[in-house]
Design a protein around this ligand. Structure first.
Ligand code: MRU
Length: 356
């Protein structure tokens, strides 16, 4: 059914552009009211853009970090790939430290290190060219994975369904097309999805500012809800699937994603709606046994104090701002990756799909 998807309509936004001189990132802090690219010319500028959420979403920060290594390569002089690997390590560590929860960041950096090892082993390519080729491959493989997942995930959704999504998992969060939003795009294109709901995703408003904007660009009718309206919406029977992305999927299927995902999974189970996680295999971390071991990023409580730059909370109020949570595997009906679908995930089913 892939042929049914008109990618010219459903896959137009590109958050990451490599110009040959700079990494241009569609500045997601300014959307939806300004579509502006931020030019990063050093690896530290890329690390700062990741930390400050100019670029965000697990796959997108992995891809950006890979290009950050290409920029770092311009800052060092090395006789060979082995020396380059040693000299680039501090910049890679700074990129890796930009955000802790999404494993895609460490995964992309591991691929860049492996590219240097292969270059040193004499694959006949200049090490800088090898790094650039690897960053390009990471980006294009992500796009291909998203398109494959779109079709796989949509096939689980019965015609006439309603879906609820959380945060932003679209083109903006990936190389293009998106993960959970890719499934929604494919499901709409294939006539399976009749109703799309997007939670606003406090406090950073990825749903309200980014997902709603992406769906508008595609001409996909969608309804924005307050995060706190989700259980009430499910009670009406309007939602058959909750479809979300992931920042890290553990060896037992436990899944870290944007704060609020866990409560959606609980509400879905209570109301008989099904729960789908959509993520490329670069988000699967078979080295982390369970969700309890995932570092959950906590951001500045000040993110909770205002809306659109206007302070709405009295001075002196304390706040806690964890920005991810972990949904236990037992609440997940399907994990969709480009390698295939893991239904009712647990350690055994994950091992069967992703190896030892
Ligand atoms: O803090 P963010 O905006 O980077 O969080 C993003 C999410 O939680 C997404 O759901 C996840 O990264 C998957 S994006 C395809």
């Amino acid at each position: 059914m892939t042929d049914a998807i008109d990618y010219a309509r459903y896959d137009r936004i590109r958050p990451i552009r490599w110009t040959g001189e700079a990494l241009e990132l569609l500045d997601q802090r300014r959307l939806p009211f300004a579509v502006e690219y931020l030019a990063c010319r050093s690896s530290d500028e890329v690390a700062e853009a990741i930390r400050a959420l100019a670029v965000r979403g697990a796959p997108a920060i992995g891809i950006s970090a890979a290009w950050g290594v290409v920029l770092a390569a311009r800052e060092v002089e090395a006789a060979d790939a082995a020396e380059a690997a040693r000299l680039l390590e501090p910049a890679m560590q700074r990129l890796n430290a930009a955000r802790p929860t999404a494993v895609n960041l460490a995964w992309a950096l591991a691929r860049m290190r492996a590219a240097l090892v292969r270059a040193q082993a004499g694959e006949g390519m200049d090490w800088r060219a090898a790094l650039e080729a690897e960053a390009r491959a990471i980006e294009s493989e992500d796009l291909a994975a998203n398109r494959a997942m779109g079709t796989l995930g949509a096939s689980l959704i019965a015609p006439g369904s309603g879906v609820l999504t959380h945060c932003n998992t679209g083109s903006l969060a990936t190389a293009g097309f998106g993960t959970a939003l890719g499934v929604i795009r494919a499901g709409v294109a294939e006539g399976r999805i009749d109703r799309v709901f997007a939670g606003e995703t406090r406090p950073w408003q990825q749903g309200a500012r980014l997902t709603a904007w992406e769906l508008l660009q595609d001409g996909i009718p969608a309804t924005l809800i307050a995060d706190s309206a989700a259980a009430h919406l499910m009670k009406t029977g309007a939602v058959q699937w909750v479809v979300v992305g992931a920042d890290r999927i553990c060896a037992n299927g436990d899944t870290a994603n944007k704060i609020g995902t866990y409560q959606l999974a609980i509400a879905a189970r209570h109301h008989g709606a099904r729960f789908m996680v959509v993520a490329p295999s670069s988000t699967v971390d078979m080295d982390t046994a369970s969700g309890d071991l995932i570092e959950i990023e906590e951001r500045d409580p000040a993110e909770l104090f205002g809306i659109g730059g206007t302070r709405v909370v009295a001075e002196g109020v304390a706040a806690w701002n964890p920005v991810f949570d972990v949904t236990p595997a037992a609440l997940i009906d399907a994990i969709v990756t480009e390698k295939g679908v893991v239904e009712r995930p647990d350690a055994e089913a994950m091992r069967a799909m992703f190896g030892p």
